[in-house]
Every structure is written in structure tokens, then in C-alpha cells.
Design a protein around this ligand. Sequence first.
Ligand code: ADP
Ligand code: MG
Length: 686
Amino acid sequence: RPQILDDEEGGVLFYSAPQSSSSSGFGYSILERLRKRLPVYKYKTAIQFLVENHATTIVVGETGSGKTTQIPQFLREAGWAEGGRMIACTQPRRLAVQSVASRVAEEMDVKLGEEVGYAIRFENVTNPDTTKIKFLTDGVLLREMMDDPLLTKYSIIIVDEAHERSISTDMLLGLLKKIQRRRSELRLVISSATIDAKTMSTFFTGSKKHQGLEAKDDKLNMTPAILSVEGKSFTVEIHYLEEPVSDYLQAAVSTVLSIHSQEAPGDILVFLTGQDDIDAAVQLLTEDTRSHGKNSGLSILPLYSGLPRGDQELVFSNSPRGKRKVVIATNIAETSLTLEGIVYVIDSGFSKQKFFNPISDIENLVVAPISKASARQRAGRAGRVRPGKCFRLYTEDHYVTQMAVEGVPEMQRSNLVSLVIQLKALGIDNILGFDWLAPPSPEAMIRALEVLYSLGVLDDDAKLTTPIGFQVAEIPLDPMISKMVISSCSLGCSEEILTIAAVLSVQSIWMSARGAQKESDELKRRFAVAEGDHISFLNVYKGFLQSGKSSKWCSQNFLNYQTMKKVVEIRGQLCRLLNRLGLTLKSCEGDIKAVRKAVIAGFFANACRLEAYSVNGMYKTVRTSQEVYIHPSSILHRVNPKWVVYHSLVSTDKHYMRNVIAINPSWLTEAAPHFYHFQKPNYPVS
Ligand code: ADP
Ligand code: MG
């Protein structure tokens, strides 16, 4: 029998597993042998026992200990997926969902999409009859609650990577706590690499104390169990820079080269911030490799979320004989994915983070310093197979004095529009009183309510409107895009708007044009339309279909083939969704004005006006008088129409509008009379 230790303070249970000897490994497949070597394997019966007896189990363990891939399998073996029930395992990142699902399918020797499946937005690879273990993003699970509020399909929900504190994870935890009150047989497993287990356990213990909940099943313990999985990891020597560098990209590249020339064999993992700088680093290293002829001995691989599936899998493969593998990744490799064989880590000290300012109403993805906790995680990746080294591209002083101890939960630095509409759709009216793990700022909350009210999604009592509010909530897109889609149905241009919505839902349809900016701009102009980017997307889409969805046509036109395929796929899904909602699909047959009006129906709040006498193309947002400029990637860059509406802002040295459409200001008052009205000629106020 496992031994249970009581902790007086919080009434929390700790469990220490007996150290079992590992099996001989004889006669097992390689994968089976690898599985048994993972640190969580020793805790298999412990995990099964705790989940059987506790409503909530919290598992804390180092990255790579096998939490994500093994725990769902252990629970399936314990019978939790029998009788038509499923085990869900959520991840904050789509790439991680696909990657771990295919790994688990491989370990179980089944076809992906049958016993083991996955679901991410617009992609469902499961079989309702056979799937037992389902990996999905936390966002998709939240969506599923709209049809099945108690998530009755699932016997167990594993909330993985809880330390990431994504906005959806936080929201999910609050909702799951509610569901537990209604479904006492539901088991939760919260798993993470660096979680503050006490915070989580107090959060879930609260549900019993405060609501006087008693388990229906007397044997079920409502107090969360905490299990700490100890894995072995090796020491990692930390190296800092003596002097700060201004260009971490260049510094990363030279560090790779100096490790390669001076250090013992072992793979290198480099943390940069996103596709742009990763592609640049890959290119710089590849050029260097070429200049050394064939035998440079480096195998350079990028890893970020937009990467095609085949390239994703490559990072897990062994490096070719005699070659040193260099994986250049975003913080997806921090805890979500474990790469074997890494001995050297290069940490840029930065990641892309979302920041939202409720006053200016600007949400931005910016490159910002990581926290000490992240820096420690990154360094830890070097000590998995043997003692390793971590090269931090910043000074020790920067680490000590400039880096925060922990990151701020995403909930507290995000635009909350999507979150609010989802809670409303789930019937949670008192949003401020919701049981938050970390409460969002009231300003951001109010801002979100205002936006939804102005979109006509919420009424005066802050309830979802019928039918618009409910329809917008059903569409798994940003509410402004959803509103645009719904409006297009009455404006008779839904065929066109669905294409635009699909393009706006992917990263960028254009290939990154590093070093070929001019050529790419010229090619882009072939699709250009004076009305702006949205309308140009229609030409691109038409061209792609006419080419027979050809990859050659895409590369000739500097378009990303994978993304274009995705656009077609998303568009198809949106068509089916609209049909389900009973909305009609119709083409406006070239009446571009209707399309522009539909865009405005969703994005009127993003209207901007060119400053009179502006020489450098400065616009001001109508609502907050924020200075903004048209992004150089836009068709309307340098064209500078007097009035525009943008889709999103990015900020570097200035605020830049991306995806811009020219409008007639009278359409603003027409689309949103509650939001804009003309006072003096051409002077709208909110
Ligand atoms: P944790 O969730 O505790 O961080 P994982 O379960 O993700 O650990 O990883 C356990 C092991 O499985 C690691 O050794 C990792 O390299 C391996 N692994 C996970 N996903 C894949 C994959 N897609 N391909 C190959 N190996 C994988
Ligand atoms: Mg994991």
C-alpha cells in the first residue's frame, strides 16, 4: 500500500512513492524500454491510486519526466477510458498537442486519430467511437463546454502545463472547479513543471471549505493530493556575458559557432523569440556552414508553432552521424516539448509576450525579458542526459536585478474580449465574482464589456443578445471577426468575408521576405487592390484556387503554401459552421462596397484618420487619438487613404496597423450609430 503523509498546515496530502527497481528491459520494444526509464514510470501505481481516491491530483515534475506522454496512458490502463469515456489532456500550445499525441499513438502502437487523437482549433483528429485519450488545447476544451457544459464525455481531465498560466488554462481551472461540484465522479489532474503546488491545492481545496461540498462517494477525498515526481537531472554550469549585447541574434549565432569549435560533442538548443529571428538565425548559420564546405558538422533545425508537421518531427530525430544538432526554438522548448541529447543551451533572455493596455486598448505581442523562473527552466534543458552548460546572452547583473522572479499570468496582461464572451455563453453572468486563480484587472474587464456592448453582442444588462450575441459566441474566432462574418450574411457577401476571416485567422499568408523585400513587394502588388489588404486577400485566394492549389504557384508568388492550404481548410470549416447556425452563404459578385461594410461592422472601433498635413503618414485612432502608422507590409503603405480601419496593431518603434482597409467615414456612423456620430463635419466622437 502506498504510504500517505499528512501535512497539518493545509490539510494537503503528500505522497512519496516507493522506489521500485526498473525492469530488465528484456523483450520490450525500444519505445517500451524508453518509457520505463522515464522518472514518472516509478510513480505509475501511485498516480493510479491517487486519482482513484482524490477528486484532484496535482503532479509536479521536471520537464521531460514523462508527465504528458505517460500519465494519460497510466490512467487508461487503470480503466478510466472504459465504457465510452475519454481521458482529456490539455496543452496551452497547438504544436505540443500534435506532437505529444503522435508520440503517444506511436508508443501505444495505434493509428493517430483512433485510440489516441487530438483536437486543435479547426482540426479534429479523433474518432468519436474509438478515441480514448484525447489531447487538445485548453481553448478547444473551453469551446466544447458550450455544447457540453459538464464535459460529460470525459472521466478525467488532465490540465497540463499549468505553470504556463495561459489565459485559457486559468479560465478552465475556474470552470472545472465548478464542474466538480456538479459531477463528483470527474477526476482532475493538474500537471506542471514548476507549479506552486500550494496555490493550486488551496484553490481546489477552497471548493470544499467554502461551498460545504461533501463528496457523494465517501471514499473520495476532496482534498487535492500532491505528487512530486523526482527525476534525475544533471548539474548545469551557467555562463553569463561580461558585457550586455545589443544584438542577441548575432550573439546567439556566434555562441553556437564557438561551442561547436571548442566544446565536447552534444546537441545545442537555442532559445530565441519567434519565427522571424529563428529563420534569420537558421539562415546565418546555414550560410556560415556553406562557407566551410560540406563538413561543418552542424545540423540546424528551427522549431516554432507555424512550422509544417514534417519539420516539427525532425527536431526529435537523432542528428545524422558525426553531426551536432542545433535546434533553434521559441519558448515552446522551455517546458512543452522535451528534446533528448541537449547538452548546451543558449538563452537569449527574451520571449514574445502579450501585453494589453486597457486605456489605449492596444494589445501587443512584444519581445520582452523572460522571468528568472523561465531562465531556470531553459538552463535545465541542458542537464537531461549529462552535465551541461547554459550560455546566457545577458549579464549576471541583468539576471539579478532586471528579471522578475515569475512571469505575470497571461490573464493579467491580455485583452479579455474573447474570455468574457465565452463566460457569458456558458451562463456565467457575474464575471467579476468568478472564482479566478488570479483576478484580471477591472479596467481590462470593463474595456472588454464595452467592446462587446458596442458590437451588439451584449445588451444593457450585459447579457448575450439574441441572435447576434449567441452567434458570435459560437464562432471560434476573435469576436470582432465573428461579428464581421455574421454581418456579411445580411450584407450578402458572406462568401467573400469567409475568405477574409480565414486569412485573418492564420499567421501570415506571405513567405517571410528576408533579403528579398523588393521582389516580394512587387509580387504582392500583383494582387493589390486600392481598397486595401482585405480585398487583396480575395484575389490571392482566387488565384490559389485557379492554380489548382499549386505549391509552385505559391512559391512563385511568395505565398506560404502550407498557410494557404490552412486557409482553404479553415474557410471550409467556417462554411459548415454558418450552415449549422442557419446563416446563408452568398457572394456579392464583385460588390466590394458590401465587403468593406461587413469589415466595418466588426472593426469599426479600429477606425483611424490620416492627420491633416501629415508628411510621414501619421494616423490617429478615432477613439483614443493614438498615433499609428500603416505597416510597411500593407498594400496601403504609402498610399495613405484618409480614413482606414485596421485589423490589428503591432508595435516596434511605433504602433503599426496591419491589414488595413480604406473606408468612407459615413459608413462608421451607419454601422455603429451608438459608437460614432458626427458633430461638426467630419468630427466623430465616441
Ligand atoms: P514531460 O511532460 O514531463 O515534460 P514528456 O511526457 O513530454 O515529459 O516527455 C517524455 C519523453 O518523451 C521525453 O524523453 C521526450 O523526448 C519524449 N517525447 C515526447 N514527445 C515526443 C515526440 N513527439 N517524439 C519523440 N519523442 C518524444
Ligand atoms: Mg509535458
